[in-house]
Design a binder for this molecule. Structure first.
Ligand code: ADP
Length: 513
């Protein structure tokens, strides 16, 4: 059968997936393909010669005539109702979402408009499902974020509040060890001291992790010399290494780097602590190498080493490699996970090489300082206070708002021969001095009640008694605000819980400055 061109066009249009309609300027339907009947539920002759408006929901009919006229006045190919939700109306009155694209057809002396109408019910449903899924995913993420924040807040509060009683127990243990003479009691107190130490370390690790997780730690990068950190670490680990019969070799390092000094120090402290912990004989070495724009700081040891199949996991929380039982094991598997979080926070790089039985090498890679760096040289002060009394009898003013920590500290210090006055606030400490009492050493908690801080107490008392007043700031807070406090030769900052022996050693050293 021969098909004439208009018939050919019609069969092509009938095969099209979209409903196709041609209307005249008055909106009367001149042509409709088969899909129009299928979509709208009308017989073909119920459509041809009728107004397009019967295919439009009633609420849109009134405005449609205006749209049509405007289109005929400015004909061009375009989608209809950009940004609007469009609907078709079936014969039975039901509606369905559509997309319509319009194109003008020039017929002899008149303008016709062709409309391709696509039923988008399925697409809209999928879109709605996707939006729903997206919303659900958003809600799940928000929920997880909130749960995470809640968990971090809980951990931070719990750890912080645990510090006070732990500090009290720590100091009472120190006091008892001084009083007790019974051999068994001394042994029990030594065991207790070990347990308190372990608990303090776990608490500190948990607090560090919770702070890192909650985003409370914000790096404050600056230029600083590696030597400054090396000096701190040497002082901190020299006796610990010597007690194990290890050599602690800290090489001279002239390089300056750009990062957050206290966080870098915390990374290196954990690495050196591990190196000492996992080395039975030989040495632990700290060194730095300058390579182009980078400085590599290496912590090397001749320790037990880490088997290759364990290396990928050592940064996981609570992960510990089996170590020979004669190796001291007092960690919780949190040190390196803190290190890794800090490395990530500072966007640095940490590599590890290790060989079982030979040792390990942890390498921290930092950007070298780009500005010509003149390290601040702290002049060792020559000024020596001639104390009028022996160190042990020095007059101590203790400012601490927690009653239990206050009395435990007083007890320990009095037992050592110090003359202690314990108060709870800035006002009380000022009163003590105004009443004519001398103070050789001030020990103040950082966070006092009513928003007062230990730094305010130190500043106020130094104003009255002179800048060389020895002061110790004790704090459970290790935020950068405290780390930024200006250091001076007469000030020490300690974090709670501090061990009784450490506190007494520190006081003696400070009074001897
Ligand atoms: P821990 O508190 O047990 O030291 P870390 O997270 O610091 O936990 O380290 C995880 C594990 O990696 C350790 O238990 C130890 O087995 C291993 N490790 C870390 N540093 C060293 C090292 N310098 N030498 C040998 N083993 C190490």
């Amino acid at each position: 059968m021969r098909t004439t061109p208009p018939e050919l066009a019609r069969s092509v249009l009938d095969a099209a997936p979209d409903a196709m309609i041609i209307i005249d300027a008055a909106g009367i339907i001149q042509f409709a393909n088969r899909q129009v009947s299928a979509q709208f539920g009308y017989e073909h002759d119920e459509i041809i010669g009728h107004s397009i408006e019967q295919l439009i929901p009633e609420r849109f009919r009134a405005s449609h005539a205006g749209h049509r006229e405007r289109y005929v006045g400015d004909v061009r190919v375009r989608p209809m109702g950009a940004g609007l939700e469009l609907f078709g109306r079936r014969r039975d009155g039901s509606e369905f979402p559509v997309e319509i694209s319009l194109s003008p057809i020039e017929d002899v002396g008149r303008t016709l408009v062709a409309a391709a109408i696509r039923d988008v019910t399925d697409r809209k449903r999928v879109e709605a499902q996707l939006a729903g899924a997206h919303q659900a995913a958003e809600a799940a993420r928000e929920f997880a974020d909130r749960a995470n924040e809640g968990k971090s807040r809980f951990l931070a509060t719990a750890s912080h509040d645990l510090r006070q009683p732990l500090q009290t127990i720590e100091l009472l243990n120190g006091t008892l060890r001084r009083r007790v003479t019974d051999r068994h009691a001394i042994e029990a107190l030594s065991q207790q001291e070990l347990a308190i130490g372990a608990m303090s370390r776990l608490l500190n690790a948990l607090l560090d992790i919770s702070k890192l997780e909650s985003g409370a730690i914000r790096p404050e990068p600056t230029d600083f010399t590696v030597a400054a950190i090396f000096d701190e670490l040497r002082m901190e680990f020299a006796s610990i290494a010597a007690n194990k019969g290890l050599q602690l070799e800290v090489e001279t390092c002239q390089d300056a780097v750009y990062s957050d000094p206290s966080l870098v120090e915390q990374i290196l402290r954990n690495l050196v602590s591990n190196a000492v912990k996992y080395t039975r004989e030989g040495w632990v070495r700290l060194r730095c190498l300058h390579e182009a724009a980078l400085v590599r700081i290496e912590v090397l040891d001749t320790g037990v080493g880490i088997p290759a199949d364990h290396l990928p996991y050592i940064y996981d929380e609570f992960y510990q490699v089996d170590v020979p039982s004669n190796c001291s094991r007092d960690g919780y598997g949190l040190g390196l996970s803190i290190v890794q979080r800090l490395v990530k926070l500072l966007t640095l790089k940490l590599d590890v090489r290790s060989e079982v039985g030979k040792g390990s090498a942890f390498t921290l890679v930092l950007p070298a300082s780009s500005s010509p760096f003149a390290p601040v040289h702290q002049e060792a002060t020559e000024l020596r206070l001639s104390l009028s009394r022996p160190i042990g009898e020095a007059r101590v003013l203790l400012v601490e708002d927690n009653p239990a920590v206050r009395s435990a500290t007083s007890l320990l210090l009095e037992l050592e021969g110090y003359h202690v006055t314990a108060v709870a606030s800035l006002a009380e400490s000022l009163l003590h001095v105004r009443n004519g009492n001398g103070v050789d050493l001030l020990i103040s908690d950082y966070h006092l009640n009513d928003g007062e801080t230990g730094t305010q107490v130190i500043a106020a008392l130094r104003e009255m008694l002179g800048d060389s007043l020895r002061a110790v700031l004790t704090t459970g807070d290790t935020t950068s605000a405290i780390k930024r406090l200006p250091r001076d030769p007469y000030l020490r900052i300690t974090s709670k819980p501090i061990n009784a022996e450490e506190l007494l050693t520190l006081l003696r050293a400070l009074l001897a400055v």
